[in-house]
Each structure stands twice: as C-alpha cells, then as structure tokens.
Design a protein around this ligand. Structure first.
Ligand SMILES: [Zn+2]
Length: 219
C-alpha cells in the first residue's frame, strides 16, 4: 500500500484530488520512476510542476526543511522548468532501467553515465557539524548544499539513481507483473517473492483474473 503521509510532510493543497505519490518502490530512484502511474486506469502525474517536485522531494527526504526554505526563493517558472527536466530524465531512466534489468549493468553506456554525472556535477555540497536535536550531549554531521541554481534539485535524484545502479541487487529490482502496470520496486520481502506493486491494486486484479479463467475453463 502507498505510505500514508507522516507528520513531517508538507500539507496538501485543499484542491488536491490526487492520492499521495507512491512510496512503494523501496528505493528512491524507483519511487522517482513511479511518480507517474495509472493505479486505477487514469494516469496520475506527481511531478507536473515545480511545486510538485519540491513536495515529492521533501516528503521523500531528498531535501530537508532548511533546503525547502532556501529553494522557495527561486521563481516558480524556473522550478517548473526543472520539473519538466525531471520528467524527461525520468522517462529516459525508465528505458535505461528496463534494459539494465534484462541485459545487466555491463550494458550501461558511457553516454548514460555522462548524463547522470552531468546532473551530479552541479552539486555544491558541504558538511556541517551541529548539536543533535534529539540529544544535546551529542553532535551530528550533516550534508548540506549551497543552493545556487534550481537545476541542483536534480542532484539528489541523480545520486539516488547512481546508488540504484551501483549498489542495488538487480535480481530484486522488478517491475510489477501486471503487464500494463508501470510500477517498479526493490523486493525487500523476506522470501523475495514480491510480484505486485501492491496486493490491493495488481495482486487482487490478478487473483480475480485467475479465478475467472478457472471458471471459464470449468464451464
Ligand atoms: Zn502493479
């Protein structure tokens, strides 16, 4: 099931009729792929504007509260442009992930690495030590960014993509078995037998289809 919003999530606009974005990929790069889906037949886009992108990143923990405040000063039009680039990157990534699943990491092209590296290259990160908010007797090191241009918003996304490519067990990276469903996930279940995006959506649909098929055959 999609995770329900927690306390740390930004409030949803009153006119919002979409369900929250899927958080069922068990890897943020896959959740990024899943920001467009048609769980009930109608396509839902969760990155349709800059505000959408910021909300998705904030909810997923790709940017923190301080980052959200800093990036909020950018003009809407420039963040909207980044959201359009995010969608292009996502659909390009979908093809790459589909191929990597079939042909393996060895099939990764130099041009594909360059595209991901190009996004990560605009990073301007620094580390910061501060007292832990949970325990004043402890200190924590945080990774922060100098936010100088809106395209830097794609850096944490690209880092997640790089992590997926380098560190994931690709045996466990799968697309939902329901053919029209586009949801990808990292199967972290104990027995590694996860087949569906969610039992409630595609699992049940498959169960009903199998039942009807059995009935048809016994007629
Ligand atoms: Zn599915």
């Amino acid at each position: 099931m999609p995770n329900l919003p927690g306390n740390d999530q930004p409030p949803r606009p009153k006119h919002e009729s979409r369900p929250p974005a899927f958080r069922i990929g068990d890897h943020l790069a896959l959740d990024f792929l899943n920001t467009v889906a048609a769980p009930r037949g109608t396509t839902i886009e969760w990155l349709g504007s800059g505000a959408d992108l910021l909300t998705w990143m904030r909810v997923g923990g790709l940017i923190g509260a301080a980052d959200a405040t800093e990036t909020a000063r950018w003009p809407t039009s420039s963040i909207d442009e980044v959201a359009r680039e995010a969608i292009q990157f996502r659909e390009w990534l979908r093809k790459v992930v589909t191929r990597l699943k079939i042909e393996g990491i060895a099939s990764l092209k130099r041009s594909e690495l360059s595209r991901i590296n190009g996004l990560m290259a605009v990073d301007a990160g620094f580390s910061q030590i501060s007292k832990s908010s949970a325990d004043a007797g402890n200190c924590v090191i945080e990774h922060r960014r100098h936010w100088s241009e809106p395209r830097q918003l794609l850096v944490p996304v690209a880092v997640e993509v790089a992590d997926l490519i380098c560190n994931a067990d690709w045996e466990l990276i799968r697309k939902c078995e329901n053919p029209p469903c586009t949801i990808w996930f990292n199967d972290r279940t104990k027995g590694h037998r996860r087949r569906w995006c969610t039992q409630a959506i595609c699992g049940n649909r498959a169960k009903v289809a199998a039942f009807r098929e059995r009935q048809r055959q016994s007629e």
